[in-house]
Ligand binder design. Sequence first.
Ligand SMILES: Nc1nc2c(c(=O)[nH]1)N[C@@H](CN(C=O)c1ccc(C(=O)N[C@@H](CCC(=O)O)C(=O)O)cc1)CN2
Ligand SMILES: NCC(=O)N[C@@H]1O[C@H](COP(=O)([O-])[O-])[C@@H](O)[C@H]1O
Length: 217
Amino acid sequence: MSFPVVVLISGSGSNLQALIDQSLQGVLNIDIRAVISNKASAYGLQRAEQSGIATHALSHKDFETREAFDQALATVIDSYQPKLIILAGFMRILSEDFTRRYEGMMLNIHPSLLPKFKGLNTHQRAIDAKESEHGVSVHFVSAELDAGAVVLQASTAIDENETAESLANKVHTLEHIIYPLTVKWFSTGRLELNSGIAYLDGAPLPISGVRYQPELS
Ligand SMILES: Nc1nc2c(c(=O)[nH]1)N[C@@H](CN(C=O)c1ccc(C(=O)N[C@@H](CCC(=O)O)C(=O)O)cc1)CN2
Ligand SMILES: NCC(=O)N[C@@H]1O[C@H](COP(=O)([O-])[O-])[C@@H](O)[C@H]1O
C-alpha cells in the first residue's frame, strides 16, 4: 500500500521530479495524488502532468486574504486525503491556522543551514556573509517561518568566486538527495514530530537535525 502525499510548488519542480523519479524507481513507496501550485506558470505542473499526476493551480491573487487562500488550499488538499504534505519550492507564507491544521504532517525544504538565513535569497546572503559553507535543511513546517523542527541537513563548501547561481546548483543536487530520503523516513513510520521535536527511530533529533552522510538510508 503506497503512502498518499500531496506536493505544493511554485516553480520549476526539480524537487518534485526527484520524488516522482524515486517513486517510479521503487525507492520511495509514495502515491503523489496531486501537485498544487500558487502559480499557473510553474513548470512543475507540466512535470506532474507528464507523469499523469493531478494538478491544481490556485492563485493567491484571486483571494482577498492570506487566510482565504489557505482555506481554499486546504479544501483542495483534503480532497486527496494525504498523510503528508510536501512543500517543494512553495513560495507562500502559510497562516497559523493552516500550519496547525497540518502540524506534524507537513515538510518543507529550505535552501540554507537553518537556523541561518531564514527567508529568501539565501545563497547570495550566505556568500555576502562570507560563510565557508552553505546548504539545505528539511524541516517540519510550523507557524513561525523556517523555524520548524529540522530533520536533515546537507552542506557544501562556498568556493572562492562562488556565485548565487553556482551555489544554488550545488544545493539543488543535495536537495534531490535529502528530500526523498526524509520523505522515505516519514512514509515508513521512522520519522515523526511530537510536541515540536522531531524523532527518528524513536530518538529525538538535535536542533539542527541529522547532517547527511552518503551511508545514511
Ligand atoms: N508558516 C510557514 N509558512 C511557510 C514556511 C514555514 O516554515 N512556515 N516555509 C515556507 C517556505 N519558505 C522557505 O523555505 C518561504 C516561502 C516564501 C517566503 C515569502 O517571503 N513569501 C512571500 C512571497 C514571496 C514570493 O511570492 O516570491 C509571501 O508569502 O508573502 C518565505 C519563505 C513556505 N511557507
Ligand atoms: N524558501 C523556500 C525556498 O526557497 N525553497 C527552495 O526553492 C527551490 C525550489 O526548486 P524546485 O522548484 O526546482 O524544486 C529549492 O531550492 C528550495 O530549497
